[in-house]
Design a protein around this ligand. Structure first.
Ligand SMILES: [Zn+2]
Length: 67
């Protein structure tokens, strides 16, 4: 029983991460279709992991590309 409750808690955490939409998180989940959509015209690069994205919201430590 306790194990079932734990899984539910984990799913809730996943939903939270997805809402945030950091590419680092999405890549870990192999959401590549979503990643492709978020990186068509990249304007920011992540200072932490070097990924690029159209919106700074999708990176954990964004920095403008055209600097
Ligand atoms: Zn990152």
């Amino acid at each position: 029983m306790g194990k079932k409750k734990e899984a539910k808690k984990e799913a809730k955490q996943d939903a939270k991460n997805e809402k945030k939409g950091h590419l680092c998180v999405l890549a870990g989940k192999e959401k590549f279709e979503k990643i492709k959509k978020l990186t068509r015209n990249p304007k920011f690069i992540c200072f932490n992991c070097g990924r690029v994205a159209d919106e700074s919201d999708n990176l954990c430590n964004p920095m403008p590309l055209d600097d």
